[in-house]
Design a protein around this ligand. Structure first.
Ligand code: APR
Length: 327
């Protein structure tokens, strides 16, 4: 999973690099800065002194000393002053400069804290949006595992509108009779009825239904490959949109006996922007289904029904509700 939101203490992560939300002096401070210096030991400060500070929005790299990671990338986020002092651009630059520095140093994994979202007062939902968008743009073009580390769950804020709409939808649909089963029940008799009519040559059925009958016998991977083909996406476009790494995708594509997790099937269905019905059909072929007594399935149904297929947006919502992330 090239981009993952995790909860924890960044100083404990064994990624190639961890990013420090520093200040312009690079001489340590509170928050994550203090925690990183504390865990790395005094040699980190000695190296930082020789860097002679860092501009806001810029990034510099040092060794990690007693930390489990190999490198520390120090970046200085903007102090929030209402949002009209170039804060979004400077914050975006922190992520871009840090990611490019990791790439220049041939690092394969990097972990970020939510830069500026603590002492520097950046509104957490806005900080998350910039972090998520900038990381997504980078991993579209680069193979690197990127983690966004949330120190305490309470500091994780969803977009206000999204949160209200989701709460409403969950209240209306969680643990309601499984409308999907009813739908598949609906689907079944139609096909039986149609099959009967076919025998008596009495039918005029539309292409959609004809295609459904033809495709009923296909396996999970056959349906997946057909849907990728119909979507016009290349394989890399598909697995990057699904936030799946190349190796896993080729395993799914080349080994028809491989059974992917439900989260991976859903990630692929979202990447292909399948309807609820097609999503459930793809799930059924892999041995799963969307359940109305599962909060994560209700959350995913909300996004599909609202034509929101961005897996990172959906993962933020799943993370917010303490659910397993997709892919
Ligand atoms: N692991 C992961 N995230 C952490 C940790 C940790 N050990 N400690 C704090 N955080 C989170 C905070 O919860 C916040 O969401 O890091 C995010 C950034 O918060 P700060 O560390 O306060 O950084 P920032 O808001 O960018 O302010 C930078 O604070 O520490 C000083 O010297 C630093 O002056 C600079 C300012």
């Amino acid at each position: 999973m090239p981009f993952k939101i995790v909860e924890g203490d960044i100083t404990k992560l064994e990624t190639d690099a961890i990013v420090n939300a520093a200040n312009n002096t690079l001489l340590g401070g509170g928050g994550v800065d203090g925690a990183i210096h504390q865990a790395a030991g005094p040699d980190l400060l000695k190296e930082c002194i020789n860097l002679h500070g860092c501009e806001t929005g810029d990034a510099k790299i040092t060794d990690a000393y007693n930390l489990p990671s190999k490198k520390v990338i120090h970046t200085v986020g903007p102090i929030w002053r209402g949002g009209t002092n170039n804060e979004p651009e400077l914050l975006k630059s922190c992520y871009e400069k840090s990611l490019n520095l990791a790439k220049e140093n041939n690092l394969e994994s990097i972990a970020f804290p939510l830069i500026s979202a603590g002492i520097y007062g950046y509104p957490k939902d806005k900080a998350l949006e910039i972090a998520s968008e900038t990381i997504q743009d980078f991993i579209k073009e680069n193979d690197m595992d990127v983690y966004l580390v949330i120190y305490n769950h309470s500091s994780f804020h969803l977009n206000k509108n999204l949160k209200e709409n989701l709460e409403e939808y969950i209240k209306e649909n969680l643990n309601k009779p499984d409308y999907l089963e009813a739908a598949s029940f609906q689907r079944e008799p139609n096909l039986q009825a149609v099959r009967k009519k076919i025998e008596f040559e009495e039918y005029e059925i539309d292409d959609e239904l004809k295609k459904k009958i033809q495709n009923r016998g296909e396996s999970f991977s056959e349906m997946l490959l057909r849907k990728i083909d119909e979507s016009g996406l290349t394989d890399p476009e598909c697995y990057k949109k699904a936030n799946i790494d190349r190796r896993l995708f080729s395993k799914i594509k080349n080994n028809s006996d491989y059974s992917p997790s439900k989260e991976t099937v859903l990630a692929l269905a979202l990447a292909l922007e399948l309807s609820i019905d097609e999503t459930n059909e793809l799930l059924e072929k892999a041995g799963y289904s969307l359940k109305s007594n599962k909060l994560s399935d209700i959350i995913i149904r909300y996004f599909i029904e609202n034509d929101i297929f961005n897996i990172f947006t959906i993962n933020e919502a799943l993370f917010y509700y303490d659910q397993k992330l997709l892919a």
